[in-house]
Write a new protein. Structure first.
Length: 187
């Protein structure tokens, strides 16, 4: 008789394997000038629920049903992939998209925590974050793992200091259910 894997356990293991592949996709995504300032992590189990609890606190403080709704999504997910960027580094291109005259002025600018993230950020680093997020989400989708990039998850992750080097973080909750829990979230 061959060994069997309980359906739920096998799916959970597969989701965590997919999360690892999402980290690889984020890491290997193209970066401005080849400088990799992306930081990543996989959060699951009780640590994942800490994120949801922090989102509930933020929901209460801000009177935001959106944070509460997304916290439910996090609790119902098997894991969360966190992807952030060290955005206070510059690329030396002097594009001024950050609002500073040039990268020298950007380097001298006071970097401080705003409502949710640390800024100012180099726009090209922010673009690198977007490309890494898209690569990770695509990888999950290719593997038939439901996912959704969520700003609010990143806000809670920042408050919990889960990626200490990151100035901006986004979260990508992942699950595999009969129907995606991340869309049609009206209930």
């Amino acid at each position: 008789m061959s060994p069997t894997i309980e359906c739920g356990k096998g799916e959970r293991e597969a989701i965590l394997d997919a999360a690892k592949l999402m980290l690889i996709a984020a890491r290997t995504a193209p970066k401005t000038a080849g400088a990799d300032d992306i930081v990543t992590s996989i959060v699951y189990g009780e640590d994942k629920n800490h994120i949801a609890n922090e989102m509930d606190k933020i929901a209460q403080d801000r009177k935001s049903e959106s944070f509460r709704r997304d916290a439910r999504n996090v609790r119902d997910s098997e894991a969360v992939v966190l992807i952030g960027v060290r955005g206070t580094k510059n690329t030396g291109l002097n594009c001024a998209a950050c609002g500073c005259k040039d990268c020298q002025e950007f380097n001298k600018a006071d970097k401080k925590l705003g409502t949710d993230f640390v800024g100012p950020n180099c726009i090209l680093k922010a673009l690198d974050l977007g490309i890494a997020l898209g690569s990770a989400a695509k990888t999950a989708s290719t593997l038939n793992v439901d996912n959704r990039i969520m700003y609010r998850v990143g806000t809670a992750a920042m408050k919990l200091n889960l990626l200490p080097e990151a100035t901006v973080i986004m979260g990508v909750p992942i699950s595999a259910k009969g129907k995606s829990i991340y869309f049609d979230r009206s209930k």
